[in-house]
Design a protein around this ligand. Structure first.
Ligand code: FAD
Ligand code: FES
Length: 255
């Protein structure tokens, strides 16, 4: 059930270039509803601009400890104000929102493909798949090594391969190049990242593999009411915030 949660800020620290990890103390009962791939709308300020909440994916939940982790990149006013929040402050979040990654598949081996701020939601997913005994390989991409984060965390789940556009870490090129260069075999893929990356993955693997892509479109209400996040799919226009953000391979129609 989605609800407003008033969480206490435990940690808000830089983990990569302009990228912060926010750890929140949250109601364990509410956290039980958080499936991998969902997001929350974070209220930035009590009043003033920016008025809208900002959508941030859930990186990890720990129900026993009542802990919720978000990872976000500072790109504008909202995320800058978020980065200024201090330990002990109350952070108002609304969620869980969206339809997350399906994990009921019979896949024995999966590949998680993350680019930039698309990396965070894949961790909770990978954790749950690894707990089920699925072999998890993670491929993380960024422009350069400074844009990569959570390598050690994903390393606890299985093999980690990286791709950077300037070749400063791992394979030189895009995540799709790394999958081929490292000859990674898998039954099912899960990806989150910039649209050009998702499009390249979709074109390469649709009709060949089972797979799910999470789109981080710009949003307003985040609950399906304003129709401000419509995206073209083969079944017509859909709301990324409510029908997604996760769509199957072959479902999205690209401009
Ligand atoms: C479902 C979903 C999950 C997300 N998860 C995360 C996450 O886990 N971590 C994270 O860092 N960010 C995530 N984002 C993106 C995040 O919501 C935006 O970066 C944030 O809202 C920017 O707010 P701002 O006020 O700082 O910047 P603004 O002032 O609103 O924008 C600053 C710049 O960023 C661009 N921008 C803003 N939002 C997006 C977007 N969604 N896609 C592409 N460009 C954008 C704007 O066009 C502008 O150029 C997610 C977005 C969605 C929709
Ligand atoms: S953001 Fe309002 S319908 Fe999706």
């Amino acid at each position: 059930m989605k609800r407003i949660m008033l969480c206490t800020l435990i940690e808000n620290r830089t983990i990569a270039e302009d990228t912060l990890l926010m750890v929140l103390k949250a109601d364990p009962v509410a956290l039980a509803d958080f499936e991998p791939g969902v997001f929350v709308n974070v209220r930035i300020m009590d009043s003033d601009s920016p008025l809208l909440r900002r959508p941030i994916s859930v990186h990890e939940t720990d129900i026993e400890k009542g802990m919720l982790k978000l990872i976000y990149k500072v790109v504008g006013e909202g995320t800058r104000k978020l980065s200024e929040k201090k330990t002990g402050e109350i952070v108002d979040i609304f969620g869980p929102l969206g339809t997350g990654f399906p994990i009921q598949s019979d896949a024995k081996s999966v590949i998680l493909i993350g680019g930039g701020v698309g990396i965070p939601p894949l961790y909770e997913l990978g954790k749950r798949l690894a707990e089920k005994g699925v072999t998890v390989t993670t491929v993380l991409g960024a422009r350069n090594s400074e844009g990569l984060f959570c390598l050690e965390e994903f390393g606890t789940l299985g093999r980690v391969v990286t791709a950077t556009e300037d070749g400063s870490h791992g394979v030189k090129g895009f995540v799709t190049d790394a999958i081929k260069a490292e000859d990674i075999d898998f039954d099912c893929l899960y990806a989150c990242g910039p649209k050009p990356m998702l499009k390249a993955i979709d074109i390469e693997y649709r009709g060949k593999k089972e797979g799910y892509l999470s789109f981080e479109e710009r949003m307003a209400c985040g609950i399906g009411a304003c129709y401000g996040c419509m995206t073209k799919t083969k079944d017509g226009l859909k709301r990324v915030c409510k029908d997604g953000p996760v769509f199957s391979l072959g479902e999205a129609v690209y401009e």
